[in-house]
Design a protein around this ligand. Structure first.
Ligand SMILES: Nc1ncnc2c1ncn2[C@@H]1O[C@H](COP(=O)(O)OP(=O)(O)O)[C@@H](O)[C@H]1O
Ligand SMILES: [Mg+2]
Length: 362
């Protein structure tokens, strides 16, 4: 049975008359890497601040390890924090920085030394004890910040956009490292980010937030493969989102009519969505198949003819925008090696598997 480490029960937060977090309920399993993902301003930091105890909910309940946290101050919650604005102390060495929490707990000298060395080992920074923060790279500084947060052995680590000040290459390396650190420690990580790739790469579960509410929650594969709304489909990865009307066929398959009803496609319902409630469909660009140079197309259903409008070469693949029936535009992602002669104005045969045409409720 999964143990739940952190629970939010109908938690809301208002600042004045603004509802910043609106009736959120969450259960964060122990030992998992859970991301709270959403655009800037959607209430991610506020949610984390309530879990940490820096803000009190306006209503609702937060439980940590089964205990109601109402009135429990941050230092009594056994939580580690790596916040974007939680810089290292510049006048302290790495060892002094990492030992800070242990000193605050009044631990013995030997315990502190042992805790510091264990934490530095976890983040692969043994031998850096006597350096000062300014003599470290940005990535190393963030690893020290993680070591400082885990040294007092919290049961949960809260991280608020910890990689956002690093350049792209380093962010990509650190993603992998953070996930490895989390797995090695077996600690619950709650990771706030607006970067969908980051969340996809690291998380066991993703909670997508939009305007103070949870838009969808699930595994990265769920969220990517079965988005429920056009907001989620659009925010996670690339997608074609088309306005549709959907009807169930006598053989229980679904048919969607796109745009001015000239384009009909077979589709699937996801998340038990009834066809009459579907307003849009989502087609991932990688699911739009194009015929090869010889005209062969491996997808038997949902065949269409399109005119290439624009092609962008992104190195490993091409992005092509196709106009279908003068009405709808489908973006396609094609591996560069497969197609040599795809230019604006070309007529192409294309197809989309019916399982790749997914209904969305809004
Ligand atoms: N202490 C506060 N007082 C008033 N408004 C706040 C306060 N903290 C956050 N907000 C507002 O709440 C909204 C969500 O903020 P935040 O939780 O920081 O979003 P995110 O972390 O998702 O970018 C923002 O519009 C912000 O201005
Ligand atoms: Mg924030």
């Amino acid at each position: 049975m999964t143990t739940i480490d952190i629970e939010l029960l109908s938690v809301s937060k208002q600042f004045g008359s603004s509802h910043i977090v609106d009736d959120i309920s969450l259960a964060i399993p122990k030992g998992k890497f859970v991301s709270i993902l959403g655009p800037s301003g959607c209430g991610k930091t506020t949610t984390l601040n309530m879990i940490a105890g820096f803000e009190a909910p306006s209503s609702g309940l937060i439980r940590i390890r089964g205990r109601d946290q109402t009135g429990v101050p941050p230092e009594a919650r056994k939580i580690g924090l790596v916040f974007q604005n939680y810089a290292l102390f510049p006048h302290m060495t790495v060892a002094q920085n990492v030992g800070f929490g242990l000193r605050m707990q009044g631990r013995r000298r030997e315990d502190i030394a042992e805790g510091v060395s264990r934490a530095l080992k976890s983040v692969h920074l043994e031998g850096f004890e006597d350096r000062y923060p300014k003599a470290l790279s940005g990535g190393q500084q963030q690893r020290v910040a993680v070591a400082r947060a885990i040294a007092p052995s919290p049961s949960v680590l809260l991280l608020d956009e910890p990689l956002s000040n690093l350049d792209l290459k380093l962010r990509e390396t650190m993603r992998v490292e953070l996930k490895e650190i989390q797995e090695d420690l077996g600690m619950t990580f709650v990771y706030v980010t607006h970067d969908q790739e980051e969340a996809m790469a690291m998380s066991d579960r993703i909670i997508v937030m939009q305007g103070g509410v949870v838009a969808q929650e699930g595994s990265p594969a769920d969220i990517y493969g079965r988005p429920r709304t056009s907001f989620v489909a659009d925010f996670i990865g690339k997608s074609n989102i088309l306005p549709i009307s959907a009807v169930a066929e006598p053989d229980r398959s679904l048919r969607v009519y796109v745009g001015a009803a000239k384009v009909a496609m077979k589709a699937v319902a996801v998340n038990n969505l009834a066809p009459e409630n579907a307003r849009f469909c989502c087609i991932r660009p990688e699911a739009v198949r194009l015929a090869d140079a010889a005209g062969a197309l491996d997808e038997p259903v949902n065949r269409m003819t399109g005119t290439v409008q624009k092609v962008v070469n992104l190195g490993a693949y091409l992005e092509a925008w196709m106009l279908i029936d003068g009405d709808i535009i489908l973006k396609s992602m094609i591996r560069s090696t497969r197609i040599d002669k795809l230019t604006a104005g070309c007529r192409v045969e294309l197809a989309v598997a019916h399982s790749a045409v997914q209904l969305l409720e809004q």
